[in-house]
Write a protein that binds this ligand. Sequence first.
Ligand code: EPZ
Length: 417
Amino acid sequence: MDFLKINGPSSLEGSVKVSSSKNASLPILAATLLYPGKCKFTNLPELSDINFFIQILESLGAKCTKEEVDAASIDCFQADYDLVRKMRASVLVLGPLLSRFKQARVSLPGGCAIGSRPVDIHLSGMEKLGAKIKIESGYIEASCDQLVGNKIVLPFPSVGATENLMMAAAYAVGETIIDNAAREPEIEDLANFMNKMGFNVEGAGSSTIKITGKVLGEIKNEPITHEIIGDRIEAATYIIAALVTESEVRVEGFKSAHLDIVLDTLIGMGAKLEIEENSVVVHPSGRLKGARVETAPYPGFPTDAQAQLMALMGICDGDSQICEHIFENRFMHVPELARMGYDIKVDGRNAYIKGQSKLKGAPVMCTDLRASAALVLAALKAEGESQINRIYHLDRGYANLADKLKRLNANIDRMKS
Ligand code: EPZ
């Protein structure tokens, strides 16, 4: 199994262009199931999650290459357990299969390291559109005569549920309103892609999304092309890497407006940032001040940047606190950071981080995608060699991370064990 060898402390320099967004690519790949023609993508990210999702589309009968999906001849409506359990986002095939083919059998995704990750909000929304849903030996069995538009009020602005229901409503008769919808930029990118296919989605990015259903024959099958938005969480990770190493780095290829609250938080801690429309230049900012941060649905502080921020907070001048409101078990990076000298106490949803600056390199283990990124950031700062194991977690969401950091002058190598 590959691992990363990092020698710190590193100082970084130069610029890095982030890849396209994993969390926009996955729902957009699912949405190709709605379209009886070719969808070409100019910049799908090189991530294991993307490769995996393409395998799922192929298992349903889609014809795929590295950058194109042709879902004209879908002939299977079942997403198997051994595929879905490895990638929870596979549950996003449910909405499009149900909407276009009126049936779907999708394994319950099960939990993952960061939480139980139920899909009750997805399923109750589909029942509001007239779907018959039953759970049978670990599978979601969904069927309908014809979905009918309705008003759905989400009990929580779930990103996945919003996306699944937008796609389920695509061929529903009449209007669907999703209230208390998630507002993430990845939802807007999905809506733009769906409208390019000929569907009618309005209000994405706000809490109220309206989908006016189409009839199958209304949707043409001409080839369409789409460019996925930049990955704001990858961008946040490199911005924090520059702050951790007190370096001057330009991070580009994403909309800085998608990181407003993250940039405001960092500036409040003393970060010197030059913010442009599609890039941020980090200037050496020395030791920052601690802060108190609560994660929340967009536009609140993103849970996906929480672990990375913690790695920075642990070397600040002063103490910090993070409250993780989104996932019930998203502090697994804490014991691994402690191996490098971090002093962090966890009490339920709260983490109390002591600011100090004595970090020592150590062998550590990745537990989940964003926790892994936090370990890399810490290793860039720590004195001496760190070995970061189980980096298959990292490969899910960070394309060519070692190469990108190496090009920024980090002392990092990807090794084979
Ligand atoms: C998406 O997951 C992202 N994944 C996650 O990114 C991200 O952390 C999360 O949104 C929150 O922003 C993708 O987009 C592929 P949710 P998702 O539904 O859709 C509860 C990463 O690191 N909930 O908004 O699963 C759930 O348990 C990944 O890139 C229900 O209770 O997130 C959680 O506590 C990790 N019932 C909260 O809502 C449901 O039916 C947020 O979940 C659905 C969700």
